[in-house]
Design a protein around this ligand. Structure first.
Ligand SMILES: NC(=O)c1ccc[n+]([C@@H]2O[C@H](COP(=O)([O-])OP(=O)(O)OC[C@H]3O[C@@H](n4cnc5c(N)ncnc54)[C@H](OP(=O)(O)O)[C@@H]3O)[C@@H](O)[C@H]2O)c1
Ligand SMILES: *[C@@H]1O[C@H](CO)[C@@H](O)[C@H](O)[C@H]1NC(C)=O
Length: 217
C-alpha cells in the first residue's frame, strides 16, 4: 500500500521530536543533572516504545489522510495550522530546555566568590569538593521571556507540539490519546515544579503565576 504524503509528513514530525529528545537532548544535557530512577526510565522507555509503535502503525497501516493543498477549505487550513503549532511548540520546548540547561551549567563551573588559595591540603580539597557538590545542585530562577508567565514553558511547548500534531492528524484517536497522556504527565509535574519554586525563592517573579498553561493552571 502506498502511504499518502500527509501520513509521511506526520511520521516525519513525530520522528523529528524524538531525534531531539532521544539523541540531541541527552548529548547536550549536563553530566551533573540529577539522575533518573531506573524504574522511571524503564517506564518511560516502555511507554514511548509502545506509543511510537501505535502512532506509526496507525499512520502506515490504518489511516489514509487526505492530501494537504493550499485550498482555503477548513480541514486543509486547520491541518496546516497544526503543523505550524507543532514547530512553534517544539521551538519553545527546545529553547526553554536550553535556558534550564544553562542554569545547570552555570553551577558546574561557576565561581561562587570563594577566595580560598590553591588547595594544597586534603582538608581544603575535601572542603572544596563538598562545596562543589552543593554548587552542582544549586537551583536558580530561570530568566527568559518564555518564562514571563509560566514556570515550565518547556512543558507548555511540548503540549503545544502534540496539540499541533493532533490537529494536523485531524484529531485522530491515537494522536488525541497521546496528547492527553502528555498533558496528564506534564501538568502535574509542572504544578509540582511551580510550587517548589514558590517555596524555594522569596523573590520569585509575581507575574509568573501559572505552572504550565497560562490562565488555566
Ligand atoms: N511527553 C512527555 O510526556 C514528557 C515526559 C517527561 C519529559 N518530557 C520532556 O523532557 C524534557 C525534560 O523534562 P524534565 O522533566 O527532565 O525537565 P526538568 O525537570 O525541568 O529538568 C531539565 C533539566 O534542567 C535542570 N533544571 C531545571 N530547573 C532548574 C533550575 N531552576 N535551576 C537549575 N537547573 C534546573 C535540571 O537539572 P536537575 O536534573 O539537576 O534537577 C535538568 O537537567 C522537557 O522538554 C519535557 O517536556 C516529556
Ligand atoms: C484539501 O483540499 C483538497 C482540494 O483542494 C482536497 O482534495 C483535500 O481532501 C483537502 N485536504 C484535507 C486534509 O482536507
Amino acid at each position: 500500500m502506498q502511504i499518502p504524503t500527509t501520513n509521511l509528513v506526520l511520521v516525519f514530525l513525530f520522528a523529528l521530536h524524538y531525534v531531539n529528545r532521544a539523541i540531541v537532548y541527552p548529548m547536550r544535557m549536563s553530566a551533573d543533572s540529577q539522575g533518573v530512577p531506573l524504574l522511571v526510565a524503564a517506564c518511560a522507555a516502555a511507554i514511548t516504545t509502545l506509543n511510537g509503535y501505535l502512532q506509526c502503525f496507525h499512520l502506515t497501516q490504518i489511516v489514509r489522510h487526505p492530501p494537504l493543498t493550499s485550498s482555503l477549505e477548513l480541514d486543509n487550513l486547520s491541518r496546516w495550522a497544526g503543523i505550524c503549532l507543532f514547530f512553534v511548540g517544539m521551538g519553545a520546548n527546545v529553547h526553554a530546555d536550553g535556558v534550564l540547561r544553562n542554569l545547570r551549567r552555570r553551577n558546574d563551573d561557576g565561581d561562587d566568590g570563594g577566595n580560598e588559595q590553591d588547595g594544597t591540603t586534603t582538608t581544603t580539597r575535601r572542603h572544596r569538593r563538598h562545596r562543589q557538590h552543593h554548587r552542582q545542585r544549586a537551583y536558580h530562577i530561570p530568566r527568559s521571556p518564555l518564562f514571563a508567565r509560566v514556570s515550565c514553558p518547556n512543558f507548555l511547548g511540548e503540549i503545544i507540539e502534540w496539540f499541533g500534531y493532533s490537529m494536523a492528524s485531524g484529531f485522530s484517536l491515537p494522536s488525541v490519546a497521546f496528547l492527553l497522556y502528555t498533558m496528564s504527565n506534564l501538568i502535574p509535574r509542572g504544578i509540582a515544579h511551580h510550587e517548589w519554586y514558590l517555596r524555594k525563592f522569596d523573590d520569585y517573579p509575581i507575574e509568573r503565576k501559572w505552572a504550565v498553561l497560562p490562565y488555566v493552571v
